[in-house]
Design a protein around this ligand. Structure first.
Ligand code: NAP
Length: 337
């Protein structure tokens, strides 16, 4: 093992859609753990849409990454050296360790991952933050009931694909909206969605939705915002619930996009729209992970991953995920399992 730790830092704040020049490959010495800490070698890094928000100067629900700082992000890795009471060398752990090959972290920042349960990469996807987001964002925020129609946007991604399958488990009719014909085929043929359409080749989203969801929309799980969400709002049923998870269509805009004012649909339909952040469910993560693991084991929830190779390719993997090249969870392999 070399004593160099390769890292990706934020080189510049992007203007609009980010580019590879907004990131920089840097090296530092591999850090040493203090008492109560572990040294972890990363195996998989997660690249996620929320990271675009961290590249901005303005604070959000989390502080921005400063220019020159290592990008933040979830990692699954192996404990190389432990000075923590309950972790030992060789244990597999998950934590927010950043875009780098090695990191030290205190035990409370690390979740032990059971490699016997499922491939360890899933701790960043279906059995990690995106899976939990789907689970609580759908079941707790929107509470779909058997026979209801659930529409999910961003439907072939890490969160959306899981949302649709949980809604099927609940006995709902599920309609997905995604950005390619291949994604539409995958969520219908492999994941069991009832119907889906490609928003990039569909002119009138509302018309297409009327065809695919003839009884209207009882639950909308919104990952994208923008014109797709405008179309779904026009088809909400009485007492519909909208779970506002993400607004990725807006993340690279420098100015606020103007659109139709649609909140009156909520009045007319006595509907409810609620945003949420997955961190608010921290004290229920174990419940969510238990149920998701069971569904994965039973084959009721399937997942896909797209894996880029090497820390040096993390910026490209992030940009490709933001462009929609991923089906399922986008990861970066940092070292062999
Ligand atoms: P993902 O869906 O795996 O990947 C992002 C996807 O967004 C891309 O594959 C792309 O798919 C789609 N996309 C990109 N630009 C778009 C646009 N202009 N319009 C419509 N779709 C676009 O990502 P994820 O990790 O599962 O996250 C999905 C959403 O959940 C994001 O909005 C994220 O911010 C949000 N999220 C929220 C929480 C929370 O706590 N509230 C937690 C996790 C994630 P297409 O090919 O379909 O365009």
């Amino acid at each position: 093992m070399s004593n160099q730790n390769r890292q990706i830092t934020l080189a510049a704040r992007p203007d609009g859609f980010p580019s590879e020049s907004d990131f920089k490959l840097a090296t530092s010495d591999i850090p040493k753990p203090n008492e109560g800490e572990c040294l972890v070698q990363g195996i998989y890094l997660s690249v996620d849409p929320y990271m675009r928000g961290r590249m901005r100067a303005r604070p959000s629900y989390v502080a921005p990454v400063q220019v020159g700082e290592v990008m933040g992000g979830g990692v699954v890795g192996r404990v190389l050296e432990s000075r923590c009471e309950d972790l030992k060398q060789g244990d597999i752990v998950e934590g927010v360790l950043g875009w780098q090959e090695y990191a030290v972290a205190p035990q409370k920042a690390l979740r032990k991952v059971d490699p016997a349960l499922a491939p360890i990469s899933t701790a960043l996807g279906v059995l990690g933050m995106p899976g939990l987001t789907a689970y609580f964002g759908l079941l707790d925020v929107a509470d779909p009931r058997p026979g209801e129609t659930v529409v999910v946007s961003g439907a072939a991604g890490a969160v959306g694909a899981t949302v649709g399958q949980i809604a099927k488990i609940r006995g709902c009719r599920v309609v997905g909206i995604a950005g390619s014909d291949e994604k539409v085929r995958q969520i219908v043929d492999e994941l069991g969605f009832d119907a889906a359409f490609n928003y990039k080749t569909t002119k009138d989203y509302a018309d297409e939705l009327k065809r695919l969801a003839p009884d209207g929309v009882d639950v909308y799980f919104d990952n994208v915002g923008g014109a797709i969400t405008d179309a779904v709002f026009s088809l909400l049923n009485v007492r519909a619930r909208v779970s506002v998870c993400g607004q990725i269509s807006q993340y690279n805009l420098e100015a606020t996009e103007m659109g139709p004012r649609l909140l009156w649909h909520l009045i007319v339909k006595r509907a409810k729209a609620q945003g949420f952040l997955i961190f608010d469910y921290a004290n229920r993560y174990n419940e969510g992970l238990r149920q998701l693991s069971e569904w994965v084991k039973q084959g009721k929830i399937r997942y896909r991953e797209r894996i880029a190779e090497g820390i040096e390719n993390a910026p490209k993997a992030f940009l490709e995920m933001m462009q929609g090249k991923n089906i399922g969870k986008q990861l970066v392999r940092l070292s062999p399992e």
